[in-house]
Design a binder for this molecule. Structure first.
Ligand code: NAP
Length: 263
């Protein structure tokens, strides 16, 4: 059974670790190549785009893939859509691994917005000093906001335009609540902007913001494409693989394909 894991997340690495060396499973993980020094999963790895949904379909065929695991980040909507298109065209089983989103707790002051443009628009009146934790992509959506000062935290420097008044902090999580609390205080942050990435690795900033009484602008996730199964953890994805792609709820109206190894 040859499996492609579309990766770039903790869940993808955990799944590759679970499956590596297991009899009957031949795993290859794929990374977009965005991060200069990525955390590599166990086993075989390829890096770089496929060339759209058509390129992915050709790659899947050329490499004899039997099932696809989309374990990309919840905001990697294009890759998820390409995975659904290509897998459907070839009749391959597909599962999306989506960690649950963060949940608002008592004391939180969240403003939910549909996208980064909505986040930029929401900042007026919330505070001048902004902690921008949306990763390196998408910072350009805030570039025109000259009335605000931004603390931009990302693993690698942002691409494209950046706001005039900013401080760039290159750092990779996980972060503790204590570290986040100190950071908010040191930079006199008044408002936080985050994607609803979910997961424990970068959740501490929400605890720190709650304790400090700060508003948080939360960008909602893009919808998953129709078709394919959905699970929330690497363990559940591994169960899905071991059970032949049958044991998960579907993201849309298309039925799940079961796995039959290619001869
Ligand atoms: P995206 O907008 O959905 O994808 C853009 C293009 O990047 C895709 O069309 C594909 O190029 C290529 N790509 C994306 N993921 C790939 C993968 N795992 N393997 C090979 N090619 C991939 O995704 P993105 O937002 O740029 O995210 C890129 C990667 O960073 C993903 O692996 C994701 O898990 C990770 N990541 C994203 C975020 C985020 O907030 N978006 C945060 C943390 C990590 P082709 O069309 O040429 O195939």
């Amino acid at each position: 059974m040859k499996i492609l894991i579309l990766g770039g997340t903790r869940e993808a690495r955990d799944l590759a670790h679970l499956a590596s060396g297991e009899r009957g499973f031949d795993i290859v993980s794929s990374l977009a190549g965005r991060v200069r020094d990525p955390r590599l999963p166990a086993g075989a790895v390829r890096i770089g785009g496929f060339g759209g949904a058509d390129g992915l379909r050709e790659w899947l065929t050329g490499n004899g893939i039997d099932a696809v695991v989309d374990a990309t980040h919840p905001f990697a909507g294009t890759m998820s859509a390409h995975a659904a298109t290509a897998a459907t065209a070839l009749g391959l089983p597909l599962v999306h691994v989506r960690r649950p989103g963060w949940r608002e707790r008592p004391g939180d002051r969240w403003i939910r917005v549909p996208d980064l443009a909505g986040a930029a628009a929401a900042l007026g009146g919330l505070g001048e000093r902004v902690f921008l934790t949306i990763g390196r992509q998408g910072v350009a959506a805030f570039a025109e906001l000259s009335a605000h000062w931004f603390l931009i935290r990302a693993i690698d420097p942002p691409e494209g335009a950046v706001p005039t008044r900013h401080h760039l902090l290159l750092a990779r999580g996980p972060f503790t609540v204590e570290q986040e609390t100190e950071l908010l205080a040191a930079h006199r942050v008044e408002v936080l902007v985050t994607k609803d990435s979910g997961g424990a690795l970068t959740e501490a900033k929400l605890d720190a913001a709650r304790a400090a009484g700060l508003p948080v602008v939360v960008v909602e996730r893009p919808a998953l494409p129709a078709g394919g199964a959905v699970v929330h953890t690497a363990d559940a994805a591994w169960e899905w693989l071991r059970s032949g792609g049958q044991s998960a709820s579907s993201a849309g109206s298309c039925s799940n394909q079961s796995m039959t190894p290619r001869s």
